[in-house]
Design a protein around this ligand. Structure first.
Ligand code: ZN
Length: 357
């Protein structure tokens, strides 16, 4: 599921303030955030002027911030794992992949796994491309673009959707609520709060609320053709490794222990059956780490686990079942893409209190 990234426009700091703060790299809030430390509220570099308001322009100016070269140099020594969802803009996605070929060293999931096994850091500027939820656009749009450029990737699938025409539950809930669906625990609240409220519920309550929405709505949600087991094999054949993203994509933190186990092992067994081998990588639904999930992953022999914390990670992951990822979208402009890849945009978001996880 896409993370709840804030769509608030960010405003532009005075570059002179940034320059003044630059010599104190260790105290600059952006630099501290980039180093994975909490951003201190000291030499305040408060944004003042308005940023471009268009979606395309949002955040582009950061590309020209004086600290961008510093961040880019730092990022060269980090591992960037990009977390996409579907590909809605193939042309823009292709441009992003072209940037990767120019600026980075695309690596495969198995290369990351090998680095972890051999305790040998990945090459400088390593980037792994991943897709969560794996809708059909991963097969129809992403795969050809990746293959054209020889870039490997990984896709994390929701096993109970494979081979079905079921929509993602969050799309279904939104549709049902807009078509007369009601649920007791969702009765008072703004429509924009529907998804946050469902995600905040204990998992049995979320399932019950979804069921109430289904029986009360006056229309059924449109069907959504999902990947099939044969598609998973085609993706793997094309260099896109397949990983586990649970059975039904609940928020693991809202599930009891037995459900956490069932969600992971159920998907593990299904994927093993379809792929002929057990998956070795897992992406936490909603991106948040869950220690109970990690224990189950260890039992099952998983080598890699991915978060959605919008951070760069070390070239040799310290915690292979807690690897950081950067959130990107196929519509992200190449200028903004550069600042995400460098870690500047994520650091800026954290500093602005727009952290995504
Ligand atoms: Zn997801």
């Amino acid at each position: 599921m896409p993370q709840s990234q804030s769509t608030t426009s960010i405003s532009r700091p005075r570059s002179s303030s940034v320059v003044r703060a630059l010599p104190g790299v260790n105290v600059h809030p952006l630099s501290q955030a980039a180093a994975g430390q909490p951003a201190a509220r000291q030499p305040v570099v408060r944004p003042v002027a308005a940023a471009p308001q268009s979606a395309a322009g949002r955040g582009d100016w950061l590309r020209f911030a004086p600290v961008q070269p510093l961040f880019r140099a730092r990022a060269a020594q980090r591992l960037a794992v990009l977390a996409y969802h579907g590909v809605t803009d193939p042309r823009s996605f292709g441009a992003q992949l072209d940037r990767l070929r120019r600026l980075a060293t695309p690596v495969s999931l198995s290369a990351v796994q090998q680095a972890v096994t051999e305790r040998r850091p990945l090459p400088a500027r390593s980037v792994l491309v991943t897709f969560d939820d794996a809708d059909r656009s991963v097969l129809t749009h992403a795969l050809p673009a990746l293959n054209d450029r020889g870039i490997p990737a990984a896709a994390f699938v929701i096993s109970e959707l494979i081979g079905t025409e079921k929509p993602f539950w969050w799309h279904e809930a939104d549709f049902l609520a807009r078509h007369g669906g009601r649920a007791r625990s969702l009765d008072c609240g703004h429509p924009s709060q529907l998804l946050p409220r469902l995600k905040a519920m204990a998992d049995p309550d979320r399932r019950r609320s979804l069921q109430e929405l289904r029986v009360s709505a006056d229309r059924r949600p449109p069907r959504q053709e999902q990947l099939t087991p044969a598609d998973l094999l085609a993706l793997r054949e094309g260099g896109v490794a397949i990983g586990n993203h649970t059975q039904g994509h609940p928020c693991l933190g809202r599930c009891d222990d037995a459900t956490v186990r069932t969600e992971i092992t159920g998907a593990h067994e299904a994927l093993t059956r379809w792929l002929g081998e057990p998956p070795a990588a897992f992406a936490y639904p909603d991106g948040g780490h869950d220690p109970r999930a990690e224990s189950v992953l260890q039992e099952l022999g998983y080598r890699l686990g991915f978060l959605s914390d919008h951070r760069l990670g070390p070239r040799l992951p310290n915690h292979p079942l807690q690897i950081s990822r950067l959130q990107v979208d196929s519509t992200t402009s190449t200028r903004r893409f550069d600042t995400i890849l460098s870690g500047l945009e994520p650091a800026y978001r954290r500093w602005r209190g727009q952290a995504v996880a």
